[in-house]
Design a protein. Structure first.
Length: 318
């Protein structure tokens, strides 16, 4: 997808057709009568998170659903795909994009309406379906196409596991709650992050931390923003090749650890940097330690991966 250009001249007249108006549902996803909520291994992607999503397709395969989440004709398809993906425990991720809200993404894929289904492996899109599938077609996608996509990804070296984002039934409620409890002093930084300005968001969270160094939420969000500002648009294949070609280069190892973190491969990111120190690069201890301390803020503090990595870092430092 990285080498595809937007085509602003493409007509999107069919993206929300007249028939769709008859089927328009006002309920939010996850609410009674609404579309199925994201969660588990199902995510909703926006323009600001689109590039990061493409980047992670070099770590694990992605099934991309272009849809309109207020059109109830699409709910059974979205629900069936979500259930199928969640049963595979991270072998593939389902990314849903609302093309009524983000028409430029539909233009990039040159689709004229919803739904459309693509596979994304290593940043490259492969069309699967355009239009509403029949039951037999949907069965074929679930029973045959998705397993073949996973196999194709593995053959291409894309063998990572997608991150788990929680109970799908509770995901929408939790998301709404998180929006309602954004502290006033975080509003500017939060809005910048939502717009994809991660460098600006990191700077804004830094100001919050200067006023209140004990604000753990600001520290976590700043760490996430710094990570995405550095590597959210990185070419994962180039980054991994550079790390393989230059095993003693600390910047190359930091860069590949970044893409592991973005892709949800948290233990891999920790181990890469700790193994780098253990291999005799003690002169880079401070640089690596600072990056690891930043990473440690992103998962929950009780995460066993963080605890193990902290213990190992302490051993390597002393």
């Amino acid at each position: 997808m990285a080498d595809q250009q937007f085509h602003p001249g493409v007509s999107l007249a069919g993206a929300v057709d007249l028939e769709a108006l008859k089927h328009q549902v006002k309920a939010e996803p996850g609410q009674a009568g609404g579309a199925p909520a994201a969660g588990g291994y199902v995510i909703d992607t926006t323009e600001s998170t689109f590039q990061a999503m493409v980047t992670t397709s070099a770590t694990f395969p992605i099934l991309l659903l272009l849809w309109v989440p207020t059109d109830d004709r699409l709910f059974p398809m979205a629900r069936r795909l979500g259930e199928a993906v969640n049963k595979l425990n991270g072998q593939i991720q389902l990314s849903r994009i609302d093309i009524a809200s983000y028409p430029t993404i539909a233009q990039a894929f040159q689709v004229q309406g919803a739904p459309a289904l693509f596979a994304l492996i290593g940043g490259r899109p492969m069309p699967i379906l355009q239009g509403l599938p029949g039951d037999d077609e949907l069965d074929q996608i679930v029973d045959q196409v998705i397993p073949k996509l996973i196999a194709a990804a593995q053959q291409a070296g894309v063998t990572g596991t997608a991150p788990y984002s929680g109970d799908p039934d509770a995901a929408d409620q939790a998301d709404q709650q998180s929006k309602n409890v954004v502290p006033p002093e975080h509003q500017e930084a939060y809005q910048l992050a939502q717009q994809g300005d991660y460098a600006g968001a990191a700077a804004a969270y830094e100001q919050v931390l200067q006023a209140d160094p004990s604000d753990t939420l600001a520290a976590r969000e700043r760490a996430k923003a710094l990570l995405l500002a550095r590597s959210g648009k990185a070419d994962v294949r180039e980054v991994r090749q550079a790390a393989a070609d230059h095993p003693d280069d600390v910047e190359a190892q930091l860069a590949v650890a970044d893409v592991d973190m973005i892709g949800g491969q948290i233990a891999d990111a920790f181990d890469r940097l700790l193994d780098y120190l253990a291999a005799g690069h003690s002169d880079e201890l401070d640089t690596v330690r600072k990056r690891l301390l930043e990473y440690f803020l992103i998962p929950d503090a009780t995460d066993e991966r963080v605890k193990r990595a902290r213990r190992r870092l302490a051993t390597l430092m002393y």
